[in-house]
Design a protein. Structure first.
Length: 189
């Protein structure tokens, strides 16, 4: 099976999971699988919404506490200690490693010295794990997407104010066709 994302409004973990739910990925199955991560302090929500006259599913992770900073080793430990399928664990870790390599390059530090700020939060772990679980459950073999609308303007986060796309995102997107249509927001996360 091939999955195609039209990214004219950007792309994010919650958008991916919402789209998978619209394709038939069972929300209750997702909840049960995510329990295998043994993470506490969050809830997930899924609801139908209408945007610009189009129906879609809004997926959301609600953290009950302030998010923690984690490094790659800590995230890998969460994944390794989970009861998720090994194929799913390996793909989740591969995704986090790609993010860590980009962060390391941007900050000129070794990968093992990188602390994820926003990315170490439970919602990012849930978004990445949930997407990978969904791809496997739906039997997705290949994923394609349109050019990525990255948005424009500036974003504030733990290291200060930066232009969109943020530095690590820009590093990951090297060689990927992108554009912006002057929407003042960060659209690719």
């Amino acid at each position: 099976k091939i999955l195609y994302f039209d990214c004219s409004s950007g792309i994010s973990g919650d958008m991916i999971i919402g789209a998978l739910i619209d394709l038939g990925f069972d929300f209750n199955f997702l909840k049960d699988e995510l329990k295998k991560l043994n993470l506490k302090g969050y809830e997930i929500e899924s609801k139908k919404i209408i945007k610009n006259g189009i129906s879609s599913t809004k997926f959301n992770v609600v953290e009950k506490h302030n998010h923690e900073e984690r490094n790659l080793k800590e995230i890998n430990k969460i994944i390794d200690n989970s009861k998720l399928d090994n194929e799913i664990k390996n793909l989740i870790k591969k995704i986090f490693n790609k993010i860590a390599v980009a962060e390391a390059k941007v900050h000129n530090k070794p990968v093992n010295k990188i602390h994820f700020h926003e990315i170490g939060a439970i919602d990012t772990i849930i978004d990445i794990a949930g997407a990978v679980i969904g791809f496997k459950k739906l039997g997705i073999d290949r994923i394609y997407c349109s050019k990525l609308n990255v948005g424009s303007g500036f974003v504030d986060f733990s290291h200060g104010k930066f232009p969109v796309p943020a530095p690590a995102t820009a590093e990951i997107l090297k060689g990927v066709p992108i554009y912006n249509n002057n929407i003042q927001a960060e659209l690719v996360t």
